[in-house]
Design a protein around this ligand. Structure first.
Ligand SMILES: CC(C)(COP(=O)(O)OP(=O)(O)OC[C@H]1O[C@@H](n2cnc3c(N)ncnc32)[C@H](O)[C@@H]1OP(=O)(O)O)[C@@H](O)C(=O)NCCC(=O)NCCS
Length: 172
């Protein structure tokens, strides 16, 4: 466990930070993760059914400061490539963004996926989401493999990105 101090901390004691995998479905997390989603996007990406479904059939990873869930990453295995996992969504509660914690969450997720023998990680990120792109591309080395012009039928282009876990681990 690592002790974390927010730069503009209102808690001089700091927080115990942890990244954990939700391995047993926990219904009490559904409203927590629904709220996190509503705080993060202009339109909801999840209903309680998608969260429940991903919790049971995919994997959800949480980043906590003490006992507070401050962010989450939702993943599932790829049909096209059984050695690949797709990050469906990753978000932090707004006040916690921009302090390196999204990177800390992603690092924890990638290490846990590697421990599960996952080889590749894929995701789609809006091409105007510069902060998220900076995390994926600059900090972790995800490569853009395609530009999805209107795949979600919302007029927004998305980078399809991939990371080779062995390559990433070799650099860290
Ligand atoms: C995306 C998200 C998880 C990243 O977590 P975070 O804690 O804010 O990110 P970090 O602080 O770890 O890293 C952000 C990096 O982006 C950089 N950055 C911030 N704004 C940027 C911009 N407009 N252009 C380019 N880079 C930018 C920062 O400088 C930082 O890099 P540095 O540490 O080298 O300085 C978080 O911001 C979030 O929840 N956003 C809303 C939900 C979302 O968009 N999720 C992604 C969907 S795929």
């Amino acid at each position: 466990m690592e002790r974390y101090h927010l730069t503009r901390s209102f808690n001089s004691e700091g927080y115990d930070l942890s990244v954990t995998e939700v391995d047993i479905p926990d219904p009490s997390l559904v409203p927590v993760l629904t709220e996190l989603d509503l705080l993060s996007y202009s339109e909801p990406t999840f209903s309680r059914y998608t969260i429940g479904g991903i919790m049971r059939f995919g994997r959800i990873y949480l980043i906590k400061a003490d006992d507070l869930v401050i962010g989450a990453c939702h993943t599932f295995r790829s049909f096209d490539d059984p050695e690949a996992v797709v990050i469906f969504n990753m978000a932090l509660r707004p006040g916690w963004r921009g302090h390196g914690l999204g990177s800390r969450l992603l690092q924890g997720v990638l290490l846990k996926l590697d421990a599960r023998k996952v080889k590749r990680v894929a995701l789609a990120v809006a091409n105007n989401n510069h902060r998220a792109i900076s995390v994926y591309r600059t900090k972790f080395g995800f490569k853009s493999v395609d530009l999805l012009q209107n795949e979600f039928n919302n007029g927004q282009a998305y980078h399809l990105m991939q990371l080779d876990l062995a390559e990433w681990l070799g650099k860290n």
